[in-house]
Every structure is written in structure tokens, then in C-alpha cells.
Design a protein. Structure first.
Length: 236
């Protein structure tokens, strides 16, 4: 397990504060990896991923995966669960994550996907390459939101699509340092796209975070919220 488990609990907060000052990105990555190690242990060494199909089709406002036929499909900030394993008719499925090199311990080789290790500010894919790019509440984790938005726009093919979920509001944390608002997302990314879908809903309970995108009745007027968008990059 992660080295943090070998550090006495009484001094972990002190070490954490010092590390955040001198090596914030490294500590953020270690915290992210520790989260996945904990989940791996809790789930008995097998990550569940069947829920991604309903969720990602919901984000895209699609009833089936036919819109992915023959397309290069990617997921930015994918994690190690195999988020695109359901997209069988895609030409190529790419998981993009800053921790991809570390995810090999979670048996990602069993996924019919290609995992790419991205830095905090550069995605190592050609420009105008990805036909459909998903991202699921990942952009509040990056160190430079505006730079990463530029990279996302760069790798999407001309005429390609961006399908995303964003956490809005709330207080920034060490692992989620970006405070995202509708205005900031529009300015840095959405103004470059031709939007075909724009939906807001309050966050659901922890075990059903996206509940109010699927169940419209009795939707509370509360914050923080989630934003789901689908947009197209100009073909010119």
C-alpha cells in the first residue's frame, strides 16, 4: 500500500503541509493514487465500470453508442476503471490521465483501451486527432485550468465533439484546486465550441451524484451544481 500508511497519524498533517508547499503537484498525485489504492482494496481487486455506459450516454443525450461508430474516442482524467470499455464500436478508445503509468497495478491491461500518461499542462496526442472527447469532473483537478482547456481544444479533431461534466462551485481543495463557474468555463473553453447541449442540475447524494440529470422530479434548487455540456469544434 501507499507509503502514507507507514507514517504515524499524529505527524501526517505536518508532513502534508510541508509537502504541499515544496512539492504540491507531486503530493496531489500521491493523494490521487492513494485514493485509487484504497478503492481497489475496498472493491476486492476488481474495479466496477458498467455504470459508465449509462452515465456517458446520458451526458451525450444519446440512447445508444451508435454515434461512436468508427470514431477515435478519448476520456480525459479517465482513472483506472476502464471508463470506455463499453464503447465497443469505436475505432480507438484512449484513456488520458496524469497517473496512467501508476495504474498498471490495477490491471488496466485487461481493458480494451489505450492509456496515455498526460502531464498537468500537455496532452501527448496530435492536434485535431480525437473525434469525441469525454471528461467527467476532471478539470477541477488540474493545476492550470486555462492551459488544459487549450490542450483539450487542440486535440479535438475539426468537426469533433467535446462531451463533459463539470463540478461547479464549492470550495477548492488540495486535490481539486480549481473553483469552476459557468462564466469561467465559457470564457476558457465553451466559447470556442458550437454548443448542442447545456444542462445544469444540483449534485445528488454521494452514492448517486448524477441523480437529478436522470430524475427531473422534485429537483431541489441547491448548490453546488453539476454542468453537462456537449459541443462541436468548427470543421474549418
Amino acid at each position: 500500500m501507499h507509503l502514507i500508511n507507514n507514517i504515524p497519524k499524529s505527524i501526517r498533517p505536518i508532513i502534508g503541509r510541508v509537502a504541499q508547499v515544496f512539492a504540491p503537484t507531486k503530493v496531489k498525485h500521491l493523494a490521487g493514487l492513494h485514493y485509487w489504492e484504497s478503492r481497489w482494496e475496498q472493491e476486492g481487486g476488481v474495479f466496477e465500470n458498467s455504470f459508465y455506459e449509462r452515465l456517458m450516454l446520458g451526458m451525450a443525450s444519446e440512447t445508444d453508442a451508435s454515434f461512436l461508430q468508427g470514431k477515435i474516442v478519448a476520456d480525459f482524467g479517465c482513472g483506472p476503471r476502464g471508463s470506455l470499455c463499453w464503447a465497443h464500436n469505436a475505432k480507438l478508445r484512449i484513456g488520458i490521465d496524469v497517473l496512467s503509468e501508476k495504474y498498471t497495478r490495477f490491471n488496466i491491461s485487461s481493458h480494451d483501451m489505450c492509456y496515455v500518461c498526460s502531464t498537468e499542462k500537455h496532452i501527448p496526442l496530435p492536434s485535431n486527432y480525437v473525434d469525441i472527447l469525454f471528461t467527467l469532473n476532471a478539470l477541477d483537478h488540474v493545476s492550470d485550468f486555462e492551459k488544459m482547456c487549450g490542450e483539450i481544444f487542440r486535440i479535438i479533431a475539426k468537426g469533433g465533439e467535446f462531451i463533459a461534466s463539470f463540478n461547479l462551485g464549492g470550495s477548492p481543495t488540495f486535490t481539486e484546486p480549481q473553483l469552476l463557474t459557468e462564466e469561467r468555463i465559457k470564457k476558457s473553453l465553451l466559447n470556442r465550441l458550437q454548443l448542442t447541449s447545456y444542462r445544469l442540475a444540483p449534485k445528488g447524494p454521494e452514492r448517486d451524484l448524477y441523480h437529478y440529470f436522470f430524475e427531473k422530479s422534485n429537483m431541489p434548487c441547491t448548490k453546488p451544481q453539476l454542468l453537462w455540456i456537449r459541443g462541436k469544434k468548427s470543421a474549418n
